[in-house]
Design a protein around this ligand. Structure first.
Ligand code: ATP
Length: 300
């Protein structure tokens, strides 16, 4: 059954910044929240990010998710319901327990023709003493059309536009693609020896949401990272990420400087550090210098 234009839902989390409303608007749709039927949301995708405008009784309130906090998005389809499970997908959505699966999963709910767009953001939250990034998922449900394929096309349009904006490439109907992977050099001995676990539990899921593919190399001995960077074709990666303490980044830098093409390599291949050491002094210094927030995640 075809839904009217308003027949779309959005579940969202609050943020405190507002993008400039004069920004270029790429896409705009109206959605409503099923739990609060009178709440109508206009969702805008602008060059600054997502703008969620709630209109109630002539009064309008705007919330925003800045583009710099958005890391990726994914189109999903609802999951086949098991016997005894709730019969209404919409109520699950309202309770944030919507079961969605990948489009090519064999577990699809063929009776739900909606396409769901999940947008992943890590929003900076400041309190008096701490600063942290909070994972936020915005779910947009597309069901204006009576065929899944048409709803999915709409959702894909949003996804492609978000991807183009994130990649800083011209907005088009085709996904921008960067076929280069990240090179991750991880020192399993750094700090309390938890780098591998931290990477798998905290970092890998974020890279997956961002659709950032990577080659992971675990260092086997001291000077492994240095030798690796000195001898490999570093241009085949889009960047090198040190996962460990100061030592592993120091090795990477030394490896770069030992190359004959060190100048070009340093100019073309960005370096990064994911602090997992004991002191992480270098990461702290870099963050302090660039006025960035250093967030050291702990295993729970
Ligand atoms: N597989 C390995 N086995 C033993 N040592 C290694 C291995 N891989 C790397 N190393 C060495 O471990 C040293 C220390 O690593 P790293 O700086 O990452 O951790 P850390 O000293 O605990 O952290 P921090 O410098 O923040 O205190 C590095 O200089 C590196 O040469």
């Amino acid at each position: 059954m075809a839904e009217p234009k308003l027949g779309k839902d959005v579940s969202l989390s609050k943020t405190d910044d507002n993008p400039d409303s004069k920004d270029h608007v790429y896409l705009e749709e109206t959605f409503y929240i099923l739990t609060k039927k009178k709440s109508v949301f206009r969702v805008r995708l602008t060059s600054k990010g997502l703008s969620l405008i709630k209109d109630t009784d002539g009064y309008s309130k705007e919330q925003a998710i800045l583009l710099r906090d958005i890391i990726g998005s994914k189109c999903m389809r609802s999951k086949r319901r098991r016997a005894g499970a709730g019969s209404c997908v919409c109520s699950s959505l309202a309770g944030h327990h919507l079961k969605v699966v990948d489009e090519n999963s064999g577990d699809l709910d063929e009776s739900d023709i909606s396409a769901y767009l999940y947008i992943y953001a890590y929003v900076l939250k400041r309190s008096r003493r701490t600063q942290k990034r909070e994972r936020t998922t915005i779910t947009l449900r597309f069901r204006s059309y009576d065929r899944y394929e048409d709803n999915n096309r709409e959702a894909q349009k949003w996804r492609t536009t978000i991807k183009c904006l994130l990649a800083d490439s011209p907005v088009s109907y085709t996904l921008p693609h960067n076929d280069k992977k990240l090179l991750i050099l991880l020192n399993p001995k750094s700090g309390p020896g938890k780098a591998r676990e931290l990477f798998q539990t905290k970092v890998a899921p974020i890279l997956q949401e961002a659709e950032a593919s990577y080659d992971l190399h675990v260092t086997k001995y001291a000077k492994y990272a240095r030798e690796f960077v000195r001898t490999r074709n570093v241009y085949s990666w889009r960047g090198i990420v040190a996962v460990g303490g100061d030592g592993v980044l120091f090795e990477i830098l030394n490896g770069m400087f030992e190359r004959l093409d060190w100048q070009q390599a340093l100019e073309e291949v960005p370096l990064a550090i994911l602090p997992c050491g004991s002191g992480n002094g270098l990461a702290r210094t870099i963050c302090h210098h660039y006025k960035l927030v250093l967030i050291i995640s702990k295993l729970s």
